[in-house]
Design a protein around this ligand. Structure first.
Ligand code: ADP
Ligand code: ZN
Length: 523
């Protein structure tokens, strides 16, 4: 078991233990350095995902990782979450019951423990070093490392003992903080690392040369072909949700005169390597791929990345678009999304084998991604905020280029919700829109839906406009498709205040208008 855990790749641990599909910016590099046993100082914004940077290496390494943290409540939360995920973790803090402490000692004695959380006060007691030696500690992780700074607001005298602990255990140390000012950093290096410079990770997450854009799916293949045509001769990647689509889309691109090939995990290893080599060496090749493509690709001049389908999460999105423009020159991205993507993702989460809390967290992460897709202001501000970093409007995203036309969508949303509720939350968007438009079709008459008070109350909007309203409602998680009932739309708790009239909602009209002008062009 131990040996197997040691051999597991970081990305596999990330998926198996945490259920995450990609590292956040900065995490992977830090995780690799810590696993390798390097002394590390990592500065990440709050909410950036620091804890994973020592928790994952703790599982990948032999022995016990001791985590020093000043926040007892946070330690207890983390231990609880780790245990729930099946990780042997324990804490020694003043908040412990005798039982909890005994349990920790038992786990140490049996050599089961992987993570031991400890309050700094504990280091003051003589037995601490002896205990940690006996426990087989092979790594020290220090959370809130700025607490070692005597000039800071959070100074903890007991943090001064950590340097000594490191010397007597003779193991690597990884220090984490969100406080990045230079003096504090210098003090951390002096006090925790005896002045021996650790490998430092201090990097803004932003990739300002990458242009960000999202677009609702309209005629998705045409959208991708148009995007590629405007960038003919440049190297690019198109990510698709399915293997089959990579093949058909690559074919379509070739027919449009591009050099394009497909790539997915179902191909022979040799064929995959062939594509990788070609992409590396050739200029202007387009690779149409599933997410299997990219890990081993280190091409600095990828000029664009398009998503023909919605990525899995913001983390995955960021990792995938981040393959463009590594040389620092301008690069462009386009991400397509539609109601089908949302339906598919929701059902993948609901039908998965994960425990309920994890499913809820997965829905939450999907909501964050959809919020980015349906954003009304600078996408980069929203993206970086998700990773804990503050930013100003960037001037290099579709919403900065063309600020969207917004309107108060409260009335439209209430009408739509009312149509769903009055029909028992048993129908999809198509049928609900027909009710709102007052269509006299058989399906409506047979069910008596023409007698509903909501019948025909939505004639002020066109069918494509209603489609855009429903898509945005799904994007804001006001309604969710129930896959057990053929995608019938069910209202969520988030929609209740809007229905009650206690909250209003702003929608983007540009998307609505675009959809409308398309039907105008058709007729
Ligand atoms: P902090 O840097 O403030 O200590 P945390 O470690 O508490 O941040 O992480 C913040 C949040 O980000 C947590 O909810 C965590 O589950 C989530 N998170 C961390 N890494 C990832 C990842 N790779 N993918 C998705 N969510 C992540
Ligand atoms: Zn912007």
């Amino acid at each position: 078991m131990e040996a197997a855990a040691a051999a597991e790749a970081p990305a596999d641990l990330l998926a198996r233990v945490w259920g995450f599909d990609a590292f956040r910016p900065g995490q992977e590099e830090i995780v690799r350095a810590v696993i390798a046993g390097t002394n590390v100082l990592a500065i990440m914004p709050t909410g950036g995902g620091k804890s994973l940077c020592y928790q994952l290496p703790a599982l990948a390494r032999e022995g016990v990782t001791v985590v020093i943290s000043p926040l007892i409540a946070l330690m207890r939360d983390q231990v609880r979450a780790l245990k729930q995920a099946g990780v042997e973790a324990g804490a020694l803090t003043s908040g412990n019951t005798d039982e909890e402490t005994e349990e920790v000692f038992a786990a140490i004695d049996e050599g089961r423990l992987k993570l031991l959380y400890m309050a700094p006060e504990r280091l003051a007691s003589g037995g601490a070093v002896h205990l940690l030696k006996r426990a087989g500690v092979s790594l020290i992780a220090v959370d809130e490392a700025h607490c070692v700074s005597q000039w800071g607001h959070d100074f903890r005298p007991d943090y001064l003992r950590i340097g000594e602990l490191r010397r007597s255990l003779g193991v690597p140390l990884a220090a984490f903080t969100a406080t990045a000012d230079e003096e504090t950093r210098a003090e951390i290096v002096t006090r925790l690392f005896d002045g021996q410079a650790p490998e430092s990770f201090l990097r803004g997450f932003d990739r300002p040369n990458i242009h960000l854009a999202f677009s609702p799916k309209d005629q998705p293949r045409q959208q991708i072909l148009r995007f590629a045509a405007a960038r003919k001769g440049q190297s690019g990647i198109v990510y698709c949700g399915t293997r089959a689509k990579t093949e058909t889309l690559a074919q379509a691109l070739r027919e449009a005169g591009h050099a394009a090939c497909h790539y997915h995990g179902g191909m022979e290893a040799e064929d995959r390597r062939g594509v990788e080599t070609r992409f590396q060496q050739e200029d202007g090749l387009i690779v149409v791929a599933t997410v299997a493509f990219g890990m081993g690709v280190d091409k600095p001049d990828i000029r664009w990345v398009a998503h023909a389908d919605l990525p899995k999460s913001i983390e995955a999105y960021y990792q995938e678009i981040g393959r463009a423009g590594r040389d620092g020159a301008a690069a462009e991205t386009l991400t397509l999304y539609g109601p089908d993507d949302i339906r598919l993702r929701r059902s993948q989460i609901d039908e998965g084998l994960a425990p309920p809390e994890r499913k809820e967290a997965d829905h939450g992460r999907l909501n964050a991604l959809l919020g980015l897709a349906e954003a009304t202001e600078c996408r980069r501000v929203k993206l970086l905020r998700y990773f804990g970093e503050a930013a100003e409007p960037c001037g290099n995203c579709d919403l900065c280029d063309t600020p969207p036309d917004l309107f108060d969508g409260t009335e439209a949303v209430r009408k739509a919700l009312s149509a769903a509720l009055r029909t028992g939350e048993s129908f999809g968007a198509g049928h609900l829109i027909e009710i709102l438009l007052g269509s006299e079709n058989d399906r409506i008459r047979q069910r008596g839906h023409d007698a509903l008070p909501t019948f025909g109350v939505g004639r002020d909007l066109t069918r494509p406009q209603w489609q855009a309203v429903f898509r945005q409602m799904m994007g804001h998680d006001l309604i969710r498709p129930d896959n057990a009932r053929h995608g019938a739309l069910v209202m969520t708790e988030a929609a209740r205040p809007i229905l009650r009239g206690a909250q209003s909602i702003t929608l983007r009209r540009d998307l609505v208008a675009k959809a409308k002008s398309k039907t105008v062009a058709k007729t």
